[in-house]
Design a protein around this ligand. Structure first.
Ligand SMILES: [Fe+2]
Ligand SMILES: [Fe+2]
Length: 169
């Protein structure tokens, strides 16, 4: 976890950090938990996979390209991180996510928190934070995730939806 540079203070970074905590909790359960039957275990894998996909989309349309645009992330390294997203997705789909997969996922998350989040803190201005908010908002709509539409949540009260509708809901 990055507790040094204050990057948690920025809304979208705090959101990704909270996602990471949720992901690691679920992932440990999936890898090491005791499950009464295969159907329950499968449901947990599906739940984790869906949340991971949502989180990965936020990073892949928000944090990563924005860090590339400020010169703080190389395209090749970005592709590597995106490949790791796909890999976890595949492992879960094949019911092959184990303790080793968990530690690989934790290393991916640590790299993001220690290096990418810290870099964004220094590289991003209001414009990038606003774009990151919009990316997270777009991902929430894509995945049908509940989310706020108020200033406190870092999302403009009035905004344009993907379908062209402008509104506060
Ligand atoms: Fe990631
Ligand atoms: Fe992440």
């Amino acid at each position: 976890m990055c507790d040094h540079c204050g990057c948690r203070a920025f809304g979208p970074i705090a959101e990704l950090t909270a996602d990471h905590e949720h992901i690691l909790e679920l992932a440990w359960e999936v890898a090491e938990g005791e499950w009464p039957d295969e159907a329950t275990h499968q449901a947990a894998r599906d739940q984790l996979n869906r949340f991971l996909d949502f989180h990965a989309v936020k990073e892949e349309i928000g944090l990563y390209p924005l860090l590339i645009s400020t010169g703080d992330l190389e395209v090749e390294r970005c592709e590597g991180l995106e490949a790791e997203h796909r890999e976890v997705h595949d492992l879960l789909e094949r019911a092959a996510f184990d303790r080793r997969s968990y530690f690989a996922l934790a290393a991916h998350i640590e790299e993001e928190e220690m290096e990418l989040f810290s870099a964004s803190r220094f590289a991003f201005d209001d414009e990038e934070w606003e774009q990151m908010d919009q990316a997270h908002h777009a991902a929430a709509h894509q995945f049908g995730m509940p989310h706020g539409h108020d200033e406190d949540a870092g999302v403009p009260a009035r905004h344009r939806h993907d379908d062209g509708r402008v509104g506060s809901r």
